[in-house]
Design a protein around this ligand. Sequence first.
Ligand code: ADP
Ligand code: MG
Ligand code: MG
Length: 245
Amino acid sequence: NVVLSMRDISKTFPGVKALQHVDFTLRKGEIHALMGENGAGKSTLIKVLTGVYELQTGEITMDGQKIVNKSPQDAQKNGISTVYQEVNLCPNLTVAENLFIGREPRKAGFIDWKTMNRKSAELLRDLKIDANATDKLEDVSLARQQMIAIARAVDMQCKVLILDEPTSSLDDDEVAKLFTLMNRLKDQGVGIIFVTHFLEQVYEVCDRITVLRNGELVGEYKVKELPRVQLVAKMMGKDFDDLAD
Ligand code: ADP
Ligand code: MG
Ligand code: MG
């Protein structure tokens, strides 16, 4: 039931080994936390996976087939939807335009604004996002903008959903809505990669954890089998006993 597998992924920036021989496995219908201190390589792994960066080493397979993503659009075609840490929406477009940029419904070659606004309104209602399709994005709160970026990714019918620190500007209510949505997708068999620094979120919603440290894989664990203090120790590269003092 593995949906996505990455093997022996390395990535170097001038003077930085951002990833070294990292393996990562995502199963169908699991929520998989990607953890590690700032600079551990989490966002870089996601960008190599989704074609923001070129794959220099190693191999990526989806449903057992090798895939090559030269761009985020390729990744999307291969069933991978991503909300990057740097959310890229257009502040001076409407909510509906942001939801459908690059995939606008068309009629006789022209953008079908009526259908786009209606579909947007349905999506917003379905995900309980309190915004109007025709609002300018810049007039919507940051938290709702983040939810809109998530709604856009979710609406693209993916097999793998990647959320890189999606809760940074969400309040508790919105985090709860997001978790409801994640669990719904999980029940539909979508595999979710969830990057967060909040341990309580990991223990609330995730099934497995992969820990990175300084660009290297520390290990993959079942959430139920990894107590918090041990997770923190693994992220920091310290022994459990060191932390106990
Ligand atoms: P994380 O998401 O875990 O905080 P990143 O993947 O963003 O970590 O960064 C991993 C390392 O790679 C860091 O040392 C960071 O400074 C470096 N890095 C990330 N992106 C770039 C880039 N575009 N150019 C140069 N160095 C980068
Ligand atoms: Mg970071
Ligand atoms: Mg990051």
